[in-house]
Design a protein around this ligand. Structure first.
Ligand code: LLP
Length: 432
């Protein structure tokens, strides 16, 4: 099933034409297919079958209220990594009892907010963090539910910048230091260790590293529970990748099988924290070509989206499919284009030497698979208001985040008193 059909020669998202959306909000803009998100969620849940699982959508992938609520309606919880995300999850209607708070650097004030909300668990990654949480909980006369995030020292075979499960990564508690850790943790009155957690990295496409990580996690779980720790839950993290090109997507059934095999007989509840898998292929970034420039070495299509809208190609050398909104004949000749933004950096580039049918000024292009880690990682660099977001469902659509205007953008700044004077000189060398 495609959520992005060509109809009457123009690219659509579900039943809505991208031309119509471009006319409504201008370019660049993000649009998401609600049906693609729902399908991804239900396929994830279906693969897990009768496993006792709670799926906590990792908000960091796309934290628009409408997106969170789409998943909450289907029964999802939330994986949050900051007070901001916690507040977004609660505001979108996610029950606190389905919220997991992860991250290596939680502040005491954030812990306090999460305790007051009554979340399911804090995923703790270090002894100082556990001590801080115990203090915060004790001050409130509470006991915080904790899962210890284990660093399994497993290579997730993904991009180095999004690999998190190796000993040299900042994440989790090393297995060799776990016993010493637990000896210190035993006396802390404000925490109760109820689970273990792991997350080996993101955009994981070879599911085999999961087996090693989950085996280690399940082994530790049984060992600690036998030693008397009141463990109830295993948090398997997120990370399952998507197909960015026509290459094979990771096999969700194999993934679920690995979970089943490695946790069989352990007798615990399971938590999953997928982000990209649920939203990645549900989004397009639509941009308009401003100029086409023929250099001596390259042909550039200069578009109106930029690295401030989508940083993934710049940051991770990520490859995103780029489709012209105007359908071309299957046998139309293709030429290599560099698709670049207007920002004054050579790294402001979406694709290099990409074979495309002729691109002309004003042509719309759709940058695909941008529903995860797209809008959430955008900025206003070069004083460009971030791209608006639209959610589409069937023939319906709604603007779920409008573009802010320049007044609002500039209005976020404040002048200090000493600069609040009549104005500045228009003389070439300053005040006469
Ligand atoms: N759980 C934890 C503890 C995580 O650190 C992450 C992602 C997830 C779950 C969700 O992972 P996912 O299922 O989305 O792979 N900005 C990067 C991705 C960073 C992922 C960080 N952690 C990118 O654009 O590829």
């Amino acid at each position: 099933m495609t959520f992005y059909p060509y109809k009457n020669g123009r690219l659509h998202i579900e039943g809505v034409s991208l031309d119509e959306l471009a006319a409504r909000v201008g370019t660049p803009f993000y649009c998401y297919s609600a049906s693609a998100m729902e399908t991804a969620y239900t396929s994830f849940v279906a693969a897990l079958g009768d496993l006792p699982a709670t799926v906590c959508y990792a908000l960091k992938a796309n934290s628009n209220q409408a997106v969170i609520r789409t998943f909450a309606r289907l029964g999802a919880g939330a994986d949050v990594v900051s007070e901001g995300e916690l507040r977004r999850a609660v505001a979108a209607g996610v029950p606190a009892k389905k919220i997991v708070f992860a991250g290596v650097g939680k502040q005491p004030s954030e812990m306090a907010t999460a305790l007051d909300a009554g979340i399911l668990q804090f995923n703790v990654e270090s002894l100082p963090e556990l001590e801080a949480l115990s203090r915060v909980a004790q001050e409130k006369g509470r006991v915080a539910p904790v899962a210890l995030r284990i660093n399994p020292d497993v290579d997730a075979l993904t991009h180095a910048k999004i690999s998190t499960g190796k000993a040299e990564n900042k994440f989790g508690i090393d297995i060799p230091s776990l016993r010493g850790f637990l000896a210190s943790a035993a006396d802390l009155p404000g925490v109760r260790i109820e689970g273990l957690a792991v997350h080996i990295g993101s955009q994981v496409t070879d599911v085999n590293p999961y087996r090693t990580a989950f085996e280690r996690l399940a082994g530790l779980f049984v060992e600690l529970r036998d030693a008397g720790w009141p463990l109830e839950r295993l948090d398997m993290g997120g990370g399952l990748g998507i197909a960015y090109r026509d290459d094979a997507a990771p096999d969700i059934k194999r993934y679920a099988e690995i979970v089943r095999e490695t946790t069989q007989g352990v007798g615990c509840k399971l938590i999953f924290e997928p982000g990209r898998f649920l939203t990645g292929n549900a989004g397009l970034l639509v941009t308009r070509t401003v100029y086409v420039k023929h250099g001596t070495a390259r042909r550039f299509a200069i578009v109106d989206a930029a690295m401030n809208d989508l940083i993934r190609p710049t940051l991770y050398d990520a490859w995103h499919d780029i489709r012209p909104v105007a359908q071309s004949a299957a046998d139309a000749p293709r030429e290599p284009y560099d698709i670049v933004g207007p920002i004054c950096e050579s790294s402001d580039i979406f694709a290099e030497q990409r074979p495309l049918p002729t691109v002309a000024p004003d042509d719309l292009l759709a940058i695909c698979s941008t529903g995860a880690y797209g809008a959430v990682m955008s900025s206003s660099y070069n004083s460009r208001p971030p791209a608006p977001e639209i959610l589409v469902r069937g023939n319906d659509y709604a603007v779920i985040r409008p573009r802010i205007d320049y007044e609002e953008l500039i209005g976020q700044d404040r002048l200090p008193e000493w600069l609040e004077d009549e104005g500045v000189s228009s003389e070439p060398r300053g005040a006469a």
